[in-house]
Design a protein around this ligand. Structure first.
Ligand SMILES: [Ca+2]
Ligand SMILES: [Ca+2]
Length: 563
């Protein structure tokens, strides 16, 4: 995969070639004389989060989605008993009005699961004297052996990037969708993490007859908790036939649009096969090209026969060697003394182990694209599992997160973000050393989102927090007012302000305005009419450049009027 590899090493030259940066800040022009009438402990949600009584995630989700489900904890007075607990919930609804609904009322407990549909209702609840705390309806993630922090996943999740809307196709032994990691579903469906499950190999009548696919899918799902899984069982007992891999990729291409498939995970490899470079003549070259053309990133485990009969052998296996496949090697997610693998199909040992150190079993080659944790990963019911099989789904999950974060990004861009960021791991086993990066989802996100806009926001943002992909919500009567800054600027330049509206899932031009930059470099635009309540908008400034400036565009800023 030398070719792919070279392309992805392209330095991020945009960083230094930016001549003009446009900073956008947002302020309210006309703040309605709010519902501050709701006198109480808190005059704003921010006060409640700062006091530690309201989960920041609850307020953020409400702002982002327009509604949120949260657990409300009331004060506990044993004597009050059930009647008292019921009254607490009734009183809460009296203070929140139509902006809230109790979804689950736990009769014998001072707790309720409540859906909030407005910030006013959530604030009113915080000001209910009986309410002690409002928390997100959190989910317990699989442990995944401490590997999620290693690959920067929690940072990505905290900033809201979880792969929502995309699907990861997992070519494996199937997935046990009845497990809690996948929503404890009786059958695959839209409301379940596993949206579809099908046997490509002869039907074994089991969701997963081995556990391997449940393990790899759980890793992918933990990396991209908002994404769905398409479970394609390609195993015929303990083996996979190439023809079934081809059939599965055929399924993937045919169903790409239906499920919005963003990546394919192949934690499988020909036994004891080595390819120092691309296996260009592979029958899979065409199918992989078709998968990429469908906007899907193919990912494969490098193989576990790194050490064969006591010595290291150079080369990754098949299909990792196929041009266009992102090959993934395994590093440790922990440090410690000597460790020996004696699993039958893996016989090797390391004198000592360290975080980000290549494992003795991981195959490696100059064509290797990226490293990810591969020992020891607990997920989907397997404890302390190891193998490049574990490493690949971290990357397939990361691809789903990146694709969802930047719907316009190409497969090449997603791949470049994965293989071009993160710390460099030096594998000293091959001759010469192999240098490839270890997956860092947070760095990949940052790299891709910046590369996409070719500029950075340098000004401070005031008012609503504006994070790419999230919507700032304006009260419907307020005018939306953006101010921005062009630097450097002599004043007098013209900025094109483009406003788009999301119509049936597609960004469509809403309006374009030209604004002149003032002597201090600032420019502003006020949109007072013609915006639809509840509709989603985004806006950016474009500068066409002149002799002194390169062309530049700002990031998209997302906003909407509350319905
Ligand atoms: Ca099956
Ligand atoms: Ca099977």
């Amino acid at each position: 995969m030398g070719e792919q590899h070279g392309a992805t090493r392209r330095k991020r030259s945009w960083l230094v070639t930016i001549a003009a940066a446009i900073a956008l800040a947002v302020v309210f022009l006309a703040l309605p004389t709010t519902q501050a009438a709701a006198a109480g402990r808190f005059s704003a949600l921010e006060d409640a989060t700062r006091a530690g009584m309201l989960d920041r995630a609850v307020a953020a989700r409400l702002q982002n989605d327009g509604h949120v489900e949260a657990l409300v904890g009331f004060s506990y007075a044993p004597a009050a008993g059930r009647m008292g607990f019921a009254a607490q919930k009734t009183n809460l609804l009296a203070s929140t009005g139509h902006g809230a609904a109790v979804l689950r009322s736990y009769e014998t407990l001072p707790v309720a699961l409540v859906r909030f549909d407005s910030e006013e209702a959530l604030l009113a609840a915080m000001n209910d004297p009986e309410v002690l705390t409002i928390q997100a309806n959190g989910r317990s993630a699989p442990e995944v052996g401490g590997s999620l922090p290693q690959v920067g996943q929690p940072i990505a999740e905290r900033t809201g990037f979880v792969g929502t809307g995309g699907t990861i196709a997992v070519l494996d032994t199937g997935v046990d969708y009845t497990r809690p990691e996948f929503g404890s579903c009786a059958a695959p469906n839209k409301g379940c993490t596993v949206v579809v499950a099908t046997d490509i190999a002869p039907d074994d009548r089991k969701a997963d007859d081995y556990g391997h696919g449940t393990w790899t899918a759980a890793i992918a799902a933990a990396t991209a908790p908002g994404a769905r899984i398409a479970a394609l069982d390609v195993f015929n007992g303990g083996w996979v036939y190439d023809a079934d891999v081809v059939a599965a990729l055929d399924w993937v291409v045919r169903n790409a649009a239906k499920y919005n498939i963003t990546s394919v995970n192949m934690s499988l490899a020909h036994y004891r096969e080595y390819h120092t470079g691309d296996c260009r003549k592979s029958v899979l070259s065409g199918p992989i090209a078709a998968v990429r053309a469908a906007g899907i990133l193919p990912v494969a485990a490098a193989g576990n026969q790194g050490t064969f009969e006591g010595k290291f052998t150079d080369g990754v296996s098949w299909p990792a060697c196929v041009p266009g496949v992102v090959s993934v090697g395994a590093v440790y997610n922990t440090s410690g003394g000597p460790f020996s693998f004696t699993g039958g199909w893996v016989e090797c040992s390391d004198e000592s182990i360290a975080l980000d150190q290549p494992t003795c079993f991981s195959q490696s080659a100059r064509s290797l694209d990226v490293w990810a944790p591969g020992a020891f990963v607990s997920a989907g019911g397997w404890e302390g599992g190891y193998g490049t099989s574990a490493s690949a789904p971290f990357v397939a999950g990361a691809a789903a997160v990146l694709a969802a974060a930047s719907p316009g990004a190409t497969v090449d861009q997603v791949e470049a973000a994965i293989t071009g960021t993160g710390p460099v791991v030096t594998d000293t086993r091959p001759e010469p050393d192999v240098l490839a990066r270890r997956l860092d989802l947070a760095a990949a996100l940052e790299g891709m989102l910046q590369a996409e806009t070719s500029t950075t926001i340098t000004g401070a943002l005031t008012g609503h927090e504006l994070t790419r992909g999230k919507y700032a919500v304006y009260p419907r009567k307020a005018a939306v007012h953006f101010t921005g800054r062009l630097t450097p600027s002599a004043g007098g330049e013209t900025l094109k302000i483009v406003v788009q509206r999301l119509v049936s899932g597609t960004w469509t031009e809403d309006r374009v305005r030209m604004v002149q930059v003032g002597a201090d470099g600032s420019a502003s635009i006020r949109i007072a009419s013609g915006l639809a309540e509840g509709a989603r908008y985004r806006l950016r400034a474009e500068y066409e450049g002149d002799a002194a400036h390169a062309a530049s565009v700002s990031r998209w800023l997302y906003f909407m009027l509350s319905a």
